[in-house]
Design a protein around this ligand. Structure first.
Ligand code: ACO
Length: 162
């Protein structure tokens, strides 16, 4: 089992994993247009943290780091159907926080959570109260009325992974 953070960099394995993650998102996020999923996944300003088991993608989180603003926007998050509620989603989020803090220098995450995923995000430390200064994120993330804006602060020192 491994956790990787990749973007569309042309490496063969990475392309295959991105396509695998695209298929999981398309199935698990039926309200998202497939073209939109593909566009963001392969957009070079987005990154994806994925769980890989025996060279197959189990799930992932795609995000856009805004380095100058020190926050990241989570675009998509899903675990493949038969592997949900086994703890992968929690471990994935912990790796995301570790990578985003140590590689991108981020302090916060924002996301528009689907109604049915709010409970998962709360368990991962997200809140519906947004503490981040509005001028740090306004104009950067796009308004989306299919979800609830949620925030998570990344601890500056905590080891999130083992
Ligand atoms: N609602 C409430 N609680 C949840 C949900 C949920 N939808 N999903 C998981 N949990 C809880 C679990 O019960 C568990 O609680 P516990 O620690 O008390 O046992 C905790 O959250 C973590 O569970 P994991 O097993 O780590 O979560 P999982 O691997 O299933 O991943 C995820 C969670 C990503 C939401 C997965 O269930 C999934 O892919 N769902 C369908 C797609 C989806 O809704 N994605 C998010 C959309 S919003 C967005 O993409 C920005």
């Amino acid at each position: 089992l491994k956790f990787v953070c990749i973007s569309n960099d042309g490496v063969d394995d990475h392309m295959i994993w991105l396509i695998g993650l695209k298929n999981i998102f398309a199935r698990q996020l039926p309200n998202m247009p497939k073209e939109y999923i593909v566009r963001l996944l392969f957009d070079r300003s987005h990154k994806s943290v994925m769980v890989i088991r025996r060279n197959h993608v189990v799930g992932g989180i795609t995000y856009r780091p805004y380095a100058s603003q020190k926050f990241g926007e989570i675009a998509f998050c899903a675990i493949t159907a038969d592997e949900q509620v086994k703890g992968y989603g929690t471990r994935l989020m912990n790796y995301l926080k570790q990578f985003a803090r140590d590689l991108d220098g981020l302090t916060h995450f924002l996301t528009y959570a689907d109604n049915n995923a709010v409970g998962y995000f709360i368990k991962q430390g997200f809140t519906k109260e947004i503490h981040l200064d509005k001028d740090r994120w306004q104009g950067y993330i796009k308004d989306y009325d299919g979800g609830i804006l949620m925030e998570c602060k990344i601890d500056p020192k905590l080891p999130y992974t083992d």
